[in-house]
Structures are given as C-alpha cells and as structure tokens.
Design a protein around this ligand. Structure first.
Ligand code: FE2
Length: 144
C-alpha cells in the first residue's frame, strides 16, 4: 500500500484543494490563515509535499496539485462530506460539525468511514428509524 500522508499533511492538502476550488489559487498566506498556523510552517510543509509529489509550485499560478495530490485531496474531501452528511442527519449544527469533523476525520480508518456512510444511507432510506432515534433522545434516554 502506498504511504499515506500524515494527519497534518492531509489538512494542508485538503485546505489547498479547497482554496484552489474557491478562488482558483492557494497562497501561503491564505493557507496559514485558514489553518491557523505560521507562514513559515506552511512554507516547510509545502516544500515537503512538493518533494513527496503531491504538489508543484508554478510561477504565476502558485501552488498546483499534481494528479496524486488531487486524488488524495478528493478522497479527504469525500470523507469530510460523508461525515457532514451523517452529522447533519443527527441534527448537529454547521459550526460544531466543522470543528468536530476537522478534529476526527484524519483518525478514522477507512472501514469506519464506510460504516458511517452506510449508517447515513440507512437513516436516509428509513426516516422513521431516524425519527424514532430522535424521539428517544428527546425523552432523554439517549443522553449520556
Ligand atoms: Fe476536512
């Protein structure tokens, strides 16, 4: 199996991909701001990701993901979307979702992500089951 990027490398690839999709480019300053890290940290991570073949630095265009980088970023994005779909079904608000997903997404094994996707499918296809779960929580039986 190919080496997987580290947790923080995944964070960077995810954010760079998002910035490129949103704005058409990813600048070091924007990456630093959205990840809440120093620009020097971004520069060294970008250099490392370049050496590992995930991205290139193109004059004028800035950072560009390679096919390999894009593939990893898309996989990270899909995983984020699966978790968001699952959390939305459970009624978790957008801000909490964002924070919690960023906190756990890099630690989940692929089989757990698949399980959560299946569970989301199950609840989407059986809204009455979801409603029973919600009603049970309203009664307080599901609270820790
Ligand atoms: Fe994410």
């Amino acid at each position: 199996m190919a080496a997987r990027p580290t947790q923080s490398a995944e964070d960077y690839l995810e954010r760079i991909h998002e910035l490129i999709e949103e704005k058409g480019y990813a600048r070091v300053v924007d990456i630093a701001e959205t990840l809440n890290v120093r620009e020097a940290s971004v520069t060294s991570m970008v250099q490392r990701l370049g050496e590992q073949g995930y991205l290139n630095y193109a004059r004028y265009r800035g950072l560009v993901l390679t096919d390999k980088g894009r593939e990893v970023a898309c996989r990270i994005q899909r995983r984020h979307e699966i978790l968001a779909r699952f959390f939305s079904l459970l009624g978790i608000d957008a801000d909490t979702q964002q924070r919690d997903i960023e906190g756990i997404e890099h630690h989940l094994s692929p089989s757990t992500v698949t399980l959560l996707a299946d569970l989301a499918d199950f609840f989407e296809k059986q809204p009455d089951a979801l409603e029973r779960f919600r009603a049970s929580r309203r009664r307080g039986s599901g609270a820790p």
